[in-house]
Design a binder for this molecule. Structure first.
Ligand SMILES: Nc1nc2c(ncn2[C@@H]2O[C@H](COP(=O)(O)OP(=O)(O)OP(=O)(O)O)[C@@H](O)[C@H]2O)c(=O)[nH]1
Ligand SMILES: [Mg+2]
Length: 385
């Protein structure tokens, strides 16, 4: 079964429930600590009053909301509760704010002047191209908007926006390939250097471990000692098992050892980090082929899932990388990272549309929880609403 199937889609409702649960939990904690809280608050308030000397000392001691909030925070912290845990949707919105500000804001601005005429269409076309949506999708959208507006079906900005939302969702919805479930599930994480492969493996491991799975990481990037160390840090942080060789070792042989060890240790998931430095296509192809062959040699039944990591801040370059990798390796899914750091999140559309490979995860920050299963409706909603 595909790795991402283990990442249950979080609906906005689940998200809301989680926040409500958090709130409830905090309320209970506050309730339990109420007496202390009131006592401490009174004490503090009294001190404040005496110190500032600007309120009469014999005035009734009221409990001010800010102080209660502050105290609640301290109690929550000491009890390890995430008090103001933002919902995933809120974080997704925040992560996409740069793209939203540059794209959605301007779409609305262009459309705000009423009629959808030739000038409006030209401005929209320019904006789409600038936002890295790609010429094919742009021309197709502009043509559709023009036709629909002539037919009187798109009369104002709200109608155009809701039309765009539907079209974008359609573009992003690509069938994922169903793979047979194998134990261990083996995922090969590929991509050029610096895109976020190692960090993403850490985030994936964190999530899988939270779900109670046994996770192993294999340090297949043997080019630099630092790369191995970085993965080790993630293994420690997520309490995952790591298999590594020394710097400069043959990465296929690390993978071979790792897979054998993973099978004997009864691992649920094996995540393989690979080097991003193989600029030469022939070398890259040979290396990845070799890795796949040794996995099959260790156990012929294992289905390998290959996930390509793309840094969304690299804009058009991301698309070029995706094309190159697609030529040398069968990609099952794309992980788009650093969506929080770019105004060019539009690159997601041509990548999915051209490669016909689904985005399965997105990264919107450097924290362990900043990687989520990709849901096109949530994504578009975070971008437009
Ligand atoms: N803002 C942000 N930063 C990210 C995200 N994902 C990864 N990064 C950062 O990107 C940098 C590179 O990440 P790595 O995981 O080392 O990338 P890599 O692909 O393993 O790089 P090489 O091993 O050099 O090929 C690190 O500083 C990460 O913290 C993300 O979703 N958002
Ligand atoms: Mg790395």
């Amino acid at each position: 079964m595909a790795l991402w199937k283990f990442f249950t889609k979080k609906s906005k409702k689940d998200d809301k429930n989680e926040c409500v649960e958090n709130k409830e939990q905090n309320k209970h904690e506050v309730e339990d600590n109420k007496e202390d809280l009131i006592e401490n608050t009174k004490e503090e308030k009294t001190k404040d009053i005496i110190e500032n000397n600007n309120v009469k000392i014999n005035e009734e001691i009221g409990i001010n909301d800010e102080i209660v909030e502050e105290k609640t925070k301290i109690i929550a912290e000491s009890n390890n509760i995430e008090l103001s845990k933002e919902s995933w949707f809120a974080r997704l919105k925040k992560g996409l704010s740069k793209t939203r500000d540059s794209f959605t804001y301007n779409v609305r601005k262009i459309l705000n002047f009423g009629e959808i005429d030739a000038d409006t269409l030209e401005e929209l076309e320019e904006l789409f191209i600038q936002s890295d949506i790609g010429t094919n999708i742009t021309f197709d959208l502009i043509e559709k908007i023009e036709k629909q507006s002539i037919l009187g079906k798109l009369k104002n900005s709200d109608e155009v926006i809701s039309f765009l939302k539907k079209e974008f969702i359609k573009t992003l919805e690509i069938e994922t390939r169903e793979k047979k479930s194998t134990k261990p599930s083996v995922t090969l994480v590929v991509g050029v250097n610096g895109v976020g492969k190692t960090t993403t493996i850490g985030k994936l491991a964190h999530h899988l471990k939270k779900g109670g799975s046994k996770v192993m990481m294999i340090a297949g990037d043997t080019f630099r000692a630092a790369a191995i160390e970085q993965l080790e840090i993630w293994a420690k942080r997520t309490d995952s098992v790591i298999v590594k060789h020394n710097e400069g070792a043959d990465s296929a042989s690390v993978v071979f050892d790792g897979i054998n060890s993973g099978i004997s240790k009864n691992m649920d998931f094996i995540l393989i980090d690979t080097a991003g430095r193989l600029h030469n296509k022939v070398n890259l192809m040979k290396e990845l082929e070799k890795i796949k062959n040794v996995i099959k040699k260790a156990n012929d039944n294992i289905e390998i899932e290959t996930l390509l990591v793309i840094d969304s801040t690299s804009g058009q370059n991301g698309l070029i990388q995706a094309r190159s990798f697609k030529q040398v390796v069968d990609i099952d899914g794309i992980i788009l990272t650093k969506l929080d750091g770019t105004a060019k999140g539009g690159i997601i559309f041509p990548i999915v549309s051209e490669l016909k490979v689904p985005v399965v995860f997105i990264g919107v920050g450097e924290g362990v929880d900043d990687l989520r299963f990709f849901d096109s409706e949530d994504f578009i909603s975070a971008l437009f609403d």
